[in-house]
Design a protein around this ligand. Structure first.
Ligand SMILES: Nc1ncnc2c1ncn2[C@@H]1O[C@H](COP(=O)(O)OP(=O)(O)OP(=O)(O)O)[C@@H](O)[C@H]1O
Length: 254
């Protein structure tokens, strides 16, 4: 894998509020996200993972430090950065296909040109039969599948995933994670996943960035050497269990 960086955060901090309400959410986060890798941000609840991700998406400005994306300072959201959150934002009056095509419409591009790709992506996640259904006719997992198709439609260089399947049951979550890995490999995009699930972080990632409790700072980076594609039985191997234990130790020592 190429080791050049798509995202570089140089000692970024984020402070919310002022005076008595001032709260340091992130403290001096120094992190490189390499081209093509799958990196997880792992840390306890409230340690600033989402804040870091929102800064990488250009949605928040750091209070101190610098962030660059694709060799340039990042100051605003970019079409090359796709974001996905725990709740799929699906417009109830639009069909699945229309929801997937929404960003293309918003950016004033020719929707028709993107229809074959949208259908291909819907087929890859197994919901092509539902392209004319409305969100209320889909399960939560199907809605997140559609949201994944939407974010991949414009081939973002960077995928930012904030616990995208956190609201789903364990079984659906596992199969969605598999879909995500398959589609990330297919699209060749770089991915950053926020999670507080150690197992999930190790299973999904090439590297796990372990963060301390608030104010979040980087405790260390764990390399995950397992081959891809990965299958769920990897999680029962001694090597996997050992890496999970190591990540847990890093979290406990933080
Ligand atoms: N817009 C905001 N205004 C004020 N405080 C905020 C804001 N966004 C986040 N915070 C605070 O910053 C801290 C870090 O929040 P953040 O959501 O980044 O953590 P997290 O690690 O993603 O948490 P979780 O895993 O529970 O989602 C929290 O204490 C949160 O309350």
């Amino acid at each position: 894998m190429e080791r050049t960086s798509l995202v570089t955060t140089s000692y970024i901090s984020k402070v919310f509020g002022t005076g008595d309400t001032e709260m340091v959410a992130l403290s001096g986060l120094d992190l490189d996200v390499h081209h093509g890798e799958f990196l997880s941000l792992l840390g306890p609840s409230g340690c600033g993972k989402s804040t870091a991700l929102n800064i990488m998406g250009g949605l928040l400005t750091p209070s101190a430090g610098e962030i660059s994306f694709d060799g340039r300072p990042l100051t605003e959201p970019s079409r090359d950065i796709g974001m996905m959150f725990q709740q799929a934002v699906m417009f109830p009056w639009r069909t699945t296909l229309q929801n997937v095509l929404l960003p293309v419409e918003v950016f004033g591009e020719n929707k028709k040109e993107y229809i074959p790709k949208a259908r291909e992506l819907l087929g890859m996640v197994g919901i092509d039969e539902f392209e004319n259904s409305y969100p209320w006719q889909l399960s939560g997992g199907m809605q997140q599948r559609a949201a994944l198709c939407r974010v991949l439609l414009s081939d973002p260089k960077l995928l930012l995933l904030d616990e995208p399947f956190g609201a789903l049951d364990e079984f659906t979550r596992e199969s969605m994670n598999q879909e995500l890995l398959r589609l990330q490999a297919y699209s060749g995009s770089t991915a950053v996943l926020v999670t507080h699930n150690i197992n999930e972080a190790v299973f999904m990632s090439d590297r796990v960035a372990v963060m301390s409790a608030r104010p979040g700072r980087l405790v260390g980076i764990l390399d995950v050497p397992f081959d891809r594609p990965r299958t769920p039985d990897l999680q029962t191997t001694p090597e996997f269990v050992q890496l999970v234990a190591e990540a847990r130790r890093m979290l406990e020592l933080a």
